[in-house]
Design a protein around this ligand. Structure first.
Ligand code: MIC
Ligand code: SF4
Length: 643
């Protein structure tokens, strides 16, 4: 039987388990990346494992999230990461060099290799045919130490692209169209492969926009073939020797097929507050807007920003609109500066932001109260912009730019001929912002620089015989990690300070939750379906652990968050019958007997002491995860197993 692209890479990297759908498989990891908001914790964990040098082919530490330095915290964390990188064999991408996914695609990604990153948008690398996945920091630390990365062997989905995009319709509109079909939970447990004649019409940056936002489908990853277009891109990056061809076999089997005719697509937007709440720009057209932001790891490539510059050239941003633009990398920024496009952007009145995540993670540029903000980003979760009632719409760079000029949602197709930009034959290559590690023989001379913001991580305990605690919080469907552990300018600097972060846990849903946890000392969280979607931040598990959360009972989990709960030693449980969710109230006292014996083995009974009822839950974890849970989390498990 023929293989899909992802199956070929998995076959080359599998070190435990069998390539059978649903099986727990361990993969050898060739490359890792971290960003600074999750990196500090990941490197603390790496240090705790005691491995002197990374065992991967390439590990890169990026600084791109916490670049607002309104106190000593971020700068201290960056120094810590830089010193760890230098000592332990990791390349360090300095602040100013760009957003991890954009830079990694340009300078380090290699078709056919495996990559895990402590950031959920790591699948961007699928744009050049990598098997690239988001993971918790601890999983990345283990991979750096040479350990396998474990996933459930996913189902394979083929998205068949036919036709060709019409003028003014963009790659962003393709992924928004896929989100309309599959929704934010449609990709859970699946790898999305793009195939069909339409693939040949898409450049690497366009493919990367699509694989990047595959994270919003909840997918394990997304991937494009590595073909002549990939070769051209790598050649223009001076890396043609990194190219290999990687195509699916003609008789490859897929579990699901989605058909997208590119010729039929039109400009789209994801309306507040979910990336799958899709509307056409036509239906929104004429609606007044307040802010436009162009950038983020989804849409900040050279191609994107050259198109934006061409639209803005000779015009002025509408007086009622604030337009901010953040190039994705120093390469992009530098090229725009050299070819004059930056001058066109500045002349039009755009506010040029640092090449970093910036407003995408709530680091500045929060919209006005109730303000309508058009963003080329990938997430529009409630409150993420920093303004509780901000109305964020996710759109393509083209829609963003034409709307910024008009002051209202504008369907660019009404404006005549579309701008046409080609990828350069040669990108500007200057890796002077990437600091290589010292050679192994010099590593002892490197001192690790720790700031006072770094606090020890919470300790967990081995799983007890039974759990008895109150349901300290009950929340609904599609709870994101931005709900569980918000980010933003005020909180993000404390990513290495779990006690401080704990004050904000679930603040978007219920401000009193952290206080309740302190009062009750232990608790259970109850939720709906797709619990924990969004970011890979392990803080969304470590903070609840610190607050005494012993188990989370939901209708279904998002992949990375569930793995993070297990790594933290928190029991992930799912309702056998969704109706039991309705029958349960916040503050009910729940007892789960025999958890140590049954977790991961059989069904568990939960006794609702308050109501005098019982219901059944499942604990769908692998044998390996069972051992991790029994040990009280991955760190303890790793320590125990290395004795
Ligand atoms: C995000 O887009 O939510 C982030 C910030 O990049 C996160 C990582 C984090 O929380 O630090 C992600 O996507 O994993
Ligand atoms: Fe950064 Fe936003 Fe991309 Fe996350 S989604 S990596 S915050 S640009």
């Amino acid at each position: 039987m023929g293989l899909t692209i992802a199956q070929k890479i998995i076959k080359n990297h599998i070190i435990s388990g069998e390539m059978v759908q649903g099986a727990d498989i361990g993969l050898r990891i060739d490359q890792t990346l971290t960003q600074d908001a999750t990196g500090t914790m990941a490197y603390l964990e790496f240090e705790a494992m005691g491995v002197p040098r990374v065992k991967t082919e390439r590990s890169v530490a990026y600084i791109d999230h916490n670049t607002l330095q309104s106190g000593f915290e971020n700068a201290d964390d960056h120094r810590f990461i830089q010193s760890v990188a230098k000592k332990h064999g990791i390349y360090y991408s300095r602040p100013g060099n760009g957003i991890c996914h954009q830079v990694h695609l340009e300078r380090f990604g290699i078709p056919g290799k495996t990559l895990i990153g402590s950031d959920s948008h790591t699948p961007t690398g699928g744009g050049i045919g990598m098997l690239a996945m988001g993971a918790g920091g601890l999983d990345v630390a283990v991979a750096m130490g040479g350990g396998a990365y474990y996933i459930t062997m996913p189902k394979m989905v083929r998205v068949n692209l036919t036709g060709r995009l019409s003028p003014w319709v963009a790659a962003k509109d393709i992924i928004l169209a896929v989100l309309r079909v599959l929704t934010v939970k449609g990709g859970v447990g699946k790898i999305i492969e793009y195939a069909g004649e339409g693939v040949k019409t898409l450049s690497v940056p366009e493919r990367a926009t699509i694989t990047n936002m595959g994270a919003e489908l909840g997918a394990t990853t997304s991937i494009f073939p590595s073909d002549e277009i990939t070769r051209e891109f790598l050649k223009a990056q001076g890396r043609e020797s990194d190219w290999t061809e990687l195509l699916s076999d003609a008789d490859a089997q897929y579990d699901e097929v989605v058909e997208i005719n590119l010729s039929e697509l039109e400009p789209l937007a994801a309306a507040p507050h979910s990336p799958d709440n899709i509307k056409t720009i036509k239906e929104l057209s004429g609606k007044k807007i307040d802010q436009v932001l162009i950038g983020s790891c989804t849409n900040s490539s050279y191609l994107d920003l050259m198109r934006v510059a061409a639209i803005l050239k000779g015009k002025t941003v509408h007086p009622d609109v604030s337009l901010g633009i953040a190039p994705g990398s120093k390469q992009v920024y530098n090229m725009l500066a050299e070819n004059g496009a930056l001058a066109d952007i500045i002349a039009a009145g755009a506010r040029i932001l640092e090449c970093a995540c910036g407003p995408c993670i709530g680091m500045g540029q929060s919209p006005n109260s109730g303000g309508i903000s058009l963003r080329t980003f990938n997430r529009n979760f409630e409150g993420r912009s920093g303004t509780a009632d901000g109305q964020v719409y996710l759109v393509s760079p083209e829609t963003a730019a034409v709307s910024a000029l008009a002051g209202v949602f504008t369907d660019a197709r009404t404006l005549g001929e579309a701008v046409s930009i080609d990828l350069p034959k040669q990108f500007l290559i200057n890796d002077n912002m990437v600091v290589p590690p010292v050679p192994e023989e010099e590593m002892d001379s490197v001192e690790i620089l720790r700031g006072p913001n770094i606090k020890p991580f919470p300790s967990s305990e081995p799983l007890p015989e039974s759990i008895s605690a109150s349901a300290l919080l009950k929340v609904g469907d599609n709870i994101t990690t931005d709900h569980i552990m918000p980010a933003g300018a005020k909180i993000l600097p404390y990513r290495s300070n779990i006690p401080y972060l704990s004050k904000f846990c679930f603040a978007v849903c219920d401000e009193a939750f952290p206080e309740r946890c302190r009062e009750y000392k232990k608790g259970i969280v109850v939720g709906g379906s797709n619990y924990g979607q969004g970011s890979s931040r392990e803080h969304a598990a470590l903070v609840p652990l610190y607050l005494g959360i012993k188990a989370v009972i939901v209708k279904s989990f998002a992949r990375i968050h569930m793995a993070n709960l297990v790594n933290a030693g928190i029991l992930p449980l799912t309702f056998e019958n969704d109706a039991d969710y309705d029958a349960l109230d916040q503050m009910d006292v729940l007892t789960i007997p025999n958890v140590r014996e049954l977790a991961g083995v059989g069904k568990l009974i939960v006794i609702n002491e308050t109501k005098g009822t019982e219901f059944t839950v499942n604990c769908d974890i692998s044998e390996r995860q069972r051992e991790i849970i029994l040990a009280g989390g991955l760190l303890d498990y790793t320590r125990e197993n290395s004795k």
